[in-house]
Design a protein around this ligand. Structure first.
Ligand SMILES: [Zn+2]
Length: 167
């Protein structure tokens, strides 16, 4: 039992990032044969493709580590996170339920590639793309308003969203 605790503590120290921060950078956003990309909301897909072209011109290679997810896969991620973080409440800071996840409805992307998240934080609003959570620099949604302004960051996925989001 003590050994298990030490192992878990070591894992948390060594891997401070949540389980969705994949080592695999994933496919480019043009790989629409991959359902994780092909089943994204068309407006989000166009936005992330346009952003990827502009990022490439700046020397930044942008990939999608996670896009559309089936409800079953989202539940599996949540179950895995409960195992990793030890409680449902802790897991929910990093993984949404299938009912609330924007990934399940194709309205969220997690970006990969060196520097791609920072590039998108700086330039994403030009494409309507906004970082949503303070603890997930890689997660973006089409959330900018007509003036290209992104909503205030939520602390994490467990936070209640803004009272009114644009449709
Ligand atoms: Zn995400």
């Amino acid at each position: 039992m003590r050994l298990v605790f030490v192992a878990v503590a070591a894992l948390v120290v060594i891997c401070p990032s949540p389980p969705l921060a994949h080592a695999d950078p994933g496919p480019p956003p043009f790989d629409v044969a991959d359902p994780a990309i092909g089943r994204l909301d068309p407006a989000l897909l166009t936005a992330i493709q346009n952003a990827a072209v502009a990022a490439a011109a700046d020397g930044v290679s942008m990939t999608i580590t996670s896009g559309w997810r089936s409800p079953e896969f989202q539940q599996q991620l949540l179950d895995d996170a409960v195992q990793t973080y030890g409680s449902f409440a802790a897991a929910r800071q990093f993984v949404q339920t299938p009912e609330l996840s924007k990934h399940v409805v194709g309205q969220a992307v997690d970006v990969g590639g060196v520097g791609a998240d920072q590039w998108l934080v700086t330039n994403g609003s030009r494409y309507g793309l906004c970082r949503i959570y303070a603890n997930e620099i890689w997660h973006f949604e089409l959330a900018a308003d007509a003036l290209g302004t992104c909503p205030q960051l939520l602390p994490d996925a467990a936070s209640p969203g803004p009272a009114k989001m644009t449709p």
